[in-house]
Design a protein around this ligand. Structure first.
Ligand code: RP5
Length: 181
């Protein structure tokens, strides 16, 4: 698959501009890894034809992965997946009175045949959508895979450092408890 010059590797769709504060986390990851990407507001319901047109256009031009974030009866990821053979990652958003449970089920429960990879609800899901997109691209890009490996080593070091801090604090508390005045 060839990517047209200037065409983004990843396109992030969101159902409303009100989704951007969360979906920006996905864009931030792509930025971090230097992945050419675009973020577009286009609804599955309110601008259905436009969404389909855009997905087909980017697919033709060589976009490799689509991310779709939407809230409530979230059809966006499914609508995107319906018109592209490229992987689609859906991010359920907590923008309705049901706090994202509705969008989680709408996004995850795709009927057999047209898959959507569904992340967690909200910011963690948006960040993971960005990372999953990078992982998909890294399958054919060893340099990118090495960057993912070093990103994960940073995560590992952070957890080990947090544990060391906790153990230190607990030791100090235990020592203070033994000092009787
Ligand atoms: C969904 O409805 C959007 O993805 C958004 O999460 C939610 C509310 O949209 P607005 O009313 O803020 O445009 O389609």
């Amino acid at each position: 698959m060839r990517r047209a010059r200037g065409n983004p590797d990843v396109v992030i769709f969101m159902g409303s501009d009100s989704d951007w504060t969360v979906m920006a986390k996905a864009a931030a990851v792509l930025e971090e890894f230097g992945i050419p990407h675009l973020a577009i507001v286009s609804s599955a319901h309110r601008t259905h034809d436009r969404t389909v047109r855009l997905v087909k256009l980017f697919t033709r031009r060589g976009t490799r992965v689509f991310i779709a974030g939407a809230g409530a009866a979230a059809h966006l990821a499914g609508a995107v997946a319906a018109v592209t053979p490229r992987p689609v990652i859906g991010v359920p958003l907590a923008s309705s009175p049901l706090s994202g449970l509705d969008s989680l089920l709408s996004t995850a429960q795709m009927p057999s045949g047209i898959p959507v990879a569904c992340t967690a609800i909200g910011e963690a899901g948006a960040r993971n959508a960005g990372l999953l997109a990078v992982e998909i691209l890294a399958v054919a890009d060893r340099r990118l895979e090495r960057r993912l490996e070093s990103y994960r080593s940073v995560l590992e070091r952070e957890v080990v450092a947090k544990d060391a801090r906790l153990q230190r604090e607990r030791r100090q508390i235990a020592t203070r408890g033994k000092v009787k005045i």
